[in-house]
Design a protein around this ligand. Structure first.
Ligand code: Z2T
Length: 818
């Protein structure tokens, strides 16, 4: 029988080479036989894209044939990183590409490094979206991601004199071979203007005349699954010049200024906001949210209408997952489309809307909950605000019946926050309109039920679900740690763990086997050498590969307590200084590695970065210390840097004050690569411990439920001498910059609040670190712990997470290609 697959590009060495060379000549217009590493990367990427497009098209045909229920993942952030290696690993042609390139005189590993990261996200939330896409594709779900094609991704960080500098990340500078522009897939997105109420045969209709219209154009990014033909789509929207001028700007006669102001409107999608976890209330940010949501909904509605003549089946065909409340304005937008454009009545529209949306909450701090000033909405989205008012009106009516005179409760529930300046509470809108809200770890789930959204949970407990985050083992093991992955496959006798991570459990059988231990530690050591070479390039420092690599990489935040890590390092330094030569011989040598970006306006986070550098300068150059302790800051931490650092880490630190990290996903990446975890009893640290056993981790400090009381006791709390001594050293200027560090020191010993409880947790932190030193010396036991760490990580694949979403929230089935 004729099969589509027969027409596919062939994957033998010669076919791949021909394809690459052709792209070099015909796509890049370079000579067939003279191109440099960067051009070779581009030509290779185009040849891989050809293969992705074949699969993408087949997937698309299958979808059109079967018309299954589809999942649309709406997110302001997709932190994708690089695509080349991930794509060839997923479609199973890495070996062939490596060979083909080698014969052409290129090294795949070097070409891979030519690619710029697609850094369209801040951190955990955006990277989770990227891991989700990989799992959705791999598990054959009919899914699409929708996001924004920012021209400037997450800022590039450099360090000058120890201070963070931010540079624009114009990542599209040299083109992006992965994307496909869809010049004909465009939608108008409307802003401002006014709404007219018209009486039309006994029915009120609303006509919104916008003051500004911006055109959204689609860019498609194929996402291949692993071990399947299923290739899903990440559709990113860019604002584009529409060629039309608004009439009133025309009539001013100022043509040039009219064009210029239009051009400003078209910068909507140009830049990612780099502040994670704090909303800023900026109009441009709200416009971005509307832009994403409106273009995506128009696209989904158009696709649905290709197959259906009315909206009755919409909830059976469509599921929208909202990544936090950022896209929640979509509720009002869908209502607007159904009411004003499709002419459905309110009841029908509301019934449909409330069946298709579900949202994930990622926040702990109530301050992180988005609120938009009413004035802003009124001006920017007059029709949406009317709809939100009406949603709130019906909701409040229902609540009054329930709670009657409990006005305090009613005002907490209301979507509109009353007060001098009124706000729209986006989380309340989400809870009223979504059929499900989920937390991202067990502890976070408990927290949203009992505290953050308690009022809503009291009413609608059935809406609440827990979906513990995960990470994809394809990128975080197979791509970034190929040698360890091969070793695992060899010992398990199968590579099925790449699709069924639970199979890692099989390693437990061999954790004690001397041969595995030796091979395991050898791979880890060669990963450490790779990192050491990189460290030497960026800092000139020569680090000892046999020292313990102690890593903390993540966004810089007070709650994540990089400061606690630094205080611990200073304490260690101080101890070494005060030791006899004899005692120094017993010290376990450490290379402390930190990396991460501070939000540009967050002064204390920036002070922490400066402190790390100041302390590093001091101890790295102290002959008394030598190899016993080094402190390295890796600038511009991003996905690709994580892929280098994680496989080379002996321990990693996850120190958030208990009850402050919603989940945390970095810890999972480390643990599955055999890196041991030093952490607090917070977020997913606790769940990882349940799987690995406490004997294979170093958890310390109080549990989340103890924190409120500890905070009230702060007034009478006196930290231990060692802690005060370190803070004293910083204050006295041992690391220079005494004045600059003062506000930071004030947060922990100022008016006695120490909100994140560094002083309180310090002694137990030191105990955990002492236990780490002791364990590291016992090489055999360490190797066993490392293997057991990997073996216990089966739960932390996004494959598990996505299956849970699919079965318990979206109610969708996989659609497998034959
Ligand atoms: C973010 O990365 C996270 C939460 C946010 O709350 C915003 C951003 Cl940009 C609005 C993180 C959480 O801090 C982290 O604990 C969690 O693992 C991650 O989202 C994915 O759920």
């Amino acid at each position: 029988m004729y099969k589509l697959m027969d027409q596919y590009l062939k994957n033998d060495t010669f076919s791949i080479q021909k394809n690459i060379v052709d792209h070099s000549e015909y796509t890049l217009a370079r000579s067939r036989f003279r191109f440099d590493d960067f051009e070779a990367y581009q030509a290779t990427a185009y040849s891989v894209r050809d293969r992705l497009i074949e699969r993408w098209n087949d997937t698309h045909s299958l979808m059109r044939e079967k018309d299954p229920k589809r999942i649309y993942y709406l997110s302001m952030e997709f932190l994708m990183g690089r695509s080349l290696l991930n794509s060839i690993v997923n479609i199973g042609v890495k070996g062939q590409y490596a060979d083909a390139l080698k014969q052409l005189g290129f090294d795949l590993e070097i070409l891979v490094e030519q690619e710029r990261d697609a850094a369209l996200g801040n951190g955990g939330l955006g990277r989770l979206a990227a891991c989700f896409l990989d799992s959705l594709a791999t598990l054959d779900y009919p899914a699409w991601g929708y996001g924004l094609r920012y021209e400037y991704g997450m800022f590039r960080q450099t360090i000058q004199d120890g201070f963070q500098l931010e540079h624009p990340d114009y990542w599209l500078n040299f083109g992006n071979p992965w994307e496909i522009q869809r010049v004909h897939t465009t939608y108008p997105v409307k802003f401002y203007g006014h709404v007219d109420e018209i009486q039309e045969n006994n029915k009120k209709t609303y006509i919104w005349t916008p003051g500004e219209t911006v055109e959204a154009v689609a860019y498609d990014n194929p996402i291949p699954g692993y071990g399947t033909k299923n290739t899903i789509n990440l559709r990113l929207w860019a604002a584009k010049p529409s060629g039309e001028l608004e009439l009133d700007s025309f009539s001013t006669g100022d043509y040039v200024n009219a064009v210029l102001s239009k051009q400003r409107a078209e910068t909507i999608s140009s830049i990612l906001y780099p502040d994670d976890r704090t909303y800023q209330g900026k109009e441009l940010r709200l416009k971005q949210q509307v832009f994403l949501v409106s273009a995506s909904l128009q696209d989904v509605v158009r696709r649905y209408k290709d197959f259906h003549s009315d909206f009755a089946a919409f909830p059976q065909k469509v599921a929208f997952q909202l990544n936090d409340t950022h896209p929640i304005i979509g509720v009002a937008e869908l209502m607007r489309i159904l009411l004003d454009e499709e002419k459905l009545d309110w009841v029908k529209s509301w019934e449909i809307t409330t069946k298709v949306f579900s949202f994930t909450n990622h926040a702990i701090l109530p301050e992180a909950l988005e609120k938009w000033p009413l004035e802003l909405l009124e001006n920017l989205l007059p029709r949406h605000l009317q709809i939100i008012y009406r949603i709130n009106f019906y909701f409040m009516e229902e609540m009054k019946k329930k709670f009657g005179d409990d006005l305090v409760r009613l005002s907490r529930l209301s979507i509109i926050e009353e007060g001098e300046k009124k706000n729209v509470r986006m989380a309340n809108l989400a809870l009223v309109s979504c059929h499900t809200v989920n937390g991202v770890s067990k502890s976070h789930f408990e927290f949203i039920k009992s505290s953050l959204f308690k009022d809503f949970h009291d009413m609608w407990p059935h809406k609440f679900q827990c979906k513990t985050n995960g990470v994809t083992q394809r990128r975080w093991m197979a791509c970034s740690n190929p040698d360890l992955s091969q070793l695992i496959t060899k010992w398990l006798g199968t590579e099925a763990w790449l699709k069924e991570l639970d199979l890692l459990l099989g390693l437990r059988l061999h954790a004690n086997d001397y041969n595995l231990q030796e091979q395991w530690m050898k791979v880890r050591r060669s990963n450490k050498s790779r990192l050491a070479a990189y460290i030497q390039i960026i800092s000139g420092a020569k680090v000892n590969v046999d020292a313990m690599f102690d890593v903390q990489i993540k966004r810089i935040h007070e709650y994540k307590r990089q400061f606690l890590n630094v205080i611990g390092i200073i304490h260690r330094y101080d101890c070494i200084k005060n030791m006899t030569a004899e005692d120094r011989k017993k010290v376990v040598p450490r290379v402390c590695i930190l990396g991460g970006k501070a939000p540009p306006g967050y002064e204390n986070a920036k002070r922490i970065i400066k402190l790390i550098h100041a302390v590093g300068d001091k101890l790295n150059n102290d002959p008394d210390v030598g190899d016993l302790l080094k402190l390295i800051f890796i600038p511009d931490y991003n996905v690709s840097m994580a892929e280098l650092v994680i496989p080379a880490s002996d321990i990693s630190q996850h120190l958030s004050t208990a009850g402050s990290e919603a989940c945390g996903t970095g810890n999972m990446k480390f643990a599955m690569n055999g890196c041991l975890i030093v952490g607090t009893k917070d977020g997913s640290n606790v769940e990882i411990q349940e799987e690995l056993g406490s004997e294979n981790m170093f958890l310390f400090g109080p549990s989340a439920e103890d924190i409120p009381e500890l905070r009230t006791e702060q007034k009478d709390f006196q930290p231990v001498l060692e802690f005060r001594r370190v803070v004293g050293m910083i204050r006295k200027g041992v690391f220079g910059n005494a004045e600059y560090f003062q506000p930071l020191c004030d947060t922990i010993d100022g008016a006695g609040d120490d909100y994140y409880l560094l002083g309180h947790d310090f002694p137990s932190y030191l105990e955990a670190q002492a236990a780490v030193d002791k364990a590291f010396v016992d090489k055999k036991r360490w190797a066993e712990m490392s293997i057991l760490s990997t073996a216990g990580c089966g739960q932390f694949s996004t494959d598990r997470t996505i299956r849970e979403y699919a079965e318990e929230i979206w109610n969708v089935e996989p659609l497998r290609h034959s």
